[in-house]
Design a protein around this ligand. Structure first.
Ligand SMILES: Nc1nc2c(c(=O)[nH]1)N[C@H]1C(S)=C(S)[C@@H](COP(=O)(O)O)O[C@H]1N2
Ligand SMILES: [Mo]
Length: 249
């Protein structure tokens, strides 16, 4: 396959995964595709990677988005009081907002005003067992993330249902996502459907599908944010080393 010799980025993984999902829908069209990075076979109405001005969209497993009638948030595991939240229930939790930057390992970043509630609100309701040191998130698009409980109660970690003054859009994680500004974008899980308290650490999506850590804390370095006067500007931030960029062609 030619693609392995080319300068390839993480989309290579994304696209491979998308293709295997879609083969069942479009077997004839997928067969023989040589440049997987263009994602040409994903139906237009699917949530998928788009380099949209202002705020890019990243979606590892393209899907149609969440139907709020079917949605609930299940909070369970090592807790005294497991709870299923319906969408309306989220708005009964104490509100909090912040402006913060989301930074992807692909070297783009963007800021938004985020509104939602603190993770502590959930903790207060479900009352985790003292031995529950880790939290595992699952989402409607078969994505998953994992945190220590301690990380989730740090300042500026928010469970988010509004972005820039509007309900989260389908693409940006409707109905509920996590924002953790000190973690790379991939940790900021969208379309959350379940939260499980555990006593051992589970893996996350991008440590299983690419060269990314489970921890995902932003590393020092140089970055080029999208929204600084439309030209690259070094800021404190970082890039993750990508092995494919170093491969000889
Ligand atoms: N459920 C889910 N959450 C996800 C992703 C995803 O594919 N599925 N992509 C992650 C990545 S890699 C990034 S950079 C951010 C991007 O958020 P945005 O699409 O709102 O810009 O979402 C993260 N959360
Ligand atoms: Mo990302």
């Amino acid at each position: 396959m030619k693609i392995l010799g080319q300068k390839t980025n993480r989309r290579f993984f994304l696209s491979l995964f998308s293709l295997s999902t879609l083969t069942s829908f479009f077997p004839a069209r997928v067969f023989g595709v040589s440049d997987y990075r263009n994602d040409k076979n994903i139906p237009k109405q699917y949530i998928q990677n788009r380099d949209r001005p202002g705020f890019f969209i990243r979606s590892a497993n393209p899907f149609m988005g969440v139907d709020v009638e079917e949605w609930s948030l299940s909070v369970r595991g090592m807790v005294k009081n497991p709870i299923d939240y319906k969408y309306e229930d989220l708005f009964g939790l104490k509100k909090k907002s912040q402006v913060s930057r989301l930074k992807c390992v692909e070297c783009w970043s963007a800021t938004a005003k985020w509104e939602g509630f603190l993770f502590q609100e959930l903790i207060d309701h479900v009352r985790p067992d003292p031995n529950a040191k880790y939290v595992y998130f699952q989402s409607a698009d078969s994505y998953y993330e994992s945190f220590t409980l301690e990380e989730l109660v740090r300042p500026r970690v928010l469970m988010v249902y509004r972005m820039n003054g509007q309900l989260l859009s389908k693409d940006h994680g409707f109905p509920l996502r996590l924002i953790a500004p000190f973690k790379y974008g991939y940790k900021n899980i969208k379309y959350i459907t379940s939260i499980e308290f555990t006593d051992s650490r589970k893996r996350n999506y991008w440590s299983n599908h690419g060269p990314y850590s489970i921890d995902g804390t932003i590393q020092p370095g140089i970055d080029h944010p999208l929204d600084y006067k439309k030209k690259p500007l070094p800021i404190n931030g970082g890039e993750v080393f990508h092995p494919f960029d170093k491969q000889p062609s």
